[in-house]
Design a protein around this ligand. Structure first.
Ligand code: ADP
Ligand code: VHF
Length: 265
């Protein structure tokens, strides 16, 4: 058993968990996610959801099989997919009487004190109202250019930024894999799950590689960067399989699932 005490929790869910490999929405996962998070709010927890999926859902809607490589095309798909994604969240959360709000952010939100303050105020007020803020990167304005501090398409690190900004106790990262392994389990059958990570070094990064599906973006590397930020902030992160998002209840009950990234005390 693990001792997990968390009141304010950020949950990040990736495209590969929200969509099937044919590009269609994984309604079972989405429904279970909405049910679980609503249940936690009813139990008095403060929950923020960082949800990817805009580009993946946009692809599915247009019936496009491959993710285009150009940023403008991806941005257009995100604009299409984000509204569909929020519509589905709105429908599914409302079944459980749960209200939601949308927050679109860029990675540089922490760099500008006024933006930071305004975003934080929005989060605090939504949480006070028992609303679940649903965050995604503002894909339309985010670009990967040297004159701009943002990096397009990395919600793993964005979720770590949000966790830090709102001073949450725990970041739960739901992916399409059971946790962090000593090598990529999709390539190596003998890969072993690591249950706890206390420090992240270059050696840790050597164990990580790219994405598991054609819709995921950062692979394990961006998840490790997020975990690294959490350890620097003395916060905890759990990486677990989001196939059944109700796994969050097991996590909060201290069951040994996924990989826990935490500083040694
Ligand atoms: N050491 C590792 N342990 C676990 N997964 C790894 C590792 N190295 C690479 N991966 C890959 O990272 C993938 C998860 O990242 P990604 O596809 O970006 O998912 P998401 O859409 O949830 O962000 C896994 O499916 C796996 O293929
Ligand atoms: N903002 C993008 C997601 C970027 C991203 O980090 O995706 P993922 O690797 O699936 O978590 C979108 O909504 O499609």
């Amino acid at each position: 058993m693990r001792h997990i005490e968390a009141q304010r929790i950020v949950v990040k869910i990736g495209t590969s968990t929200l969509t099937h490999s044919n590009g269609k929405l994984n309604l079972q996962a989405i429904d279970q996610l909405c049910y679980s998070l609503s249940g936690l709010v009813n139990d008095g927890k403060e929950i923020v959801l960082v949800s990817s999926g805009a580009i993946g859902v946009g692809l599915g809607q247009l019936g496009i099989k491959e993710r285009p490589s150009s940023i403008p095309e991806q941005q257009a798909l995100a604009a299409i997919g984000q509204t569909q994604l929020m519509t589905v969240y709105q429908q599914r959360f409302s079944v459980y009487g749960q209200k939601i709000g949308q927050i679109l952010l860029t990675h540089d939100v922490m760099d500008y004190p006024k933006s930071r303050e305004n975003v934080l105020n929005t989060f605090e007020n939504l949480l006070k109202l028992n609303v679940i803020p649903i965050v995604n990167e503002n894909d339309t304005v985010a670009v990967d250019e040297l004159d701009h501090h943002t990096k397009f398409g990395d919600n793993d690190q964005l979720s770590a930024i949000v966790t830090t900004l709102i001073d949450a106790d725990l970041l739960v990262m739901l992916s399409d894999i059971d946790g962090f392994y000593d090598k990529n389990p999709r390539k190596f059958e003998d890969a072993k799950l690591i249950q706890t990570v206390n420090t992240i070094t270059d050696e840790t990064f050597m164990k990580a590689s790219g994405t598991g599906t054609k819709f995921g973006t950062g692979g394990m590397t961006t998840k490790l960067r997020a975990a690294q930020k959490m350890l620097t902030e003395n916060k905890a992160m759990i990486l677990a399989n989001g196939e059944n998002p109700s796994v969050i209840f097991e996590i909060l009950n201290g069951k040994q699932v996924g990989t826990l990234f935490v500083n040694k005390h």
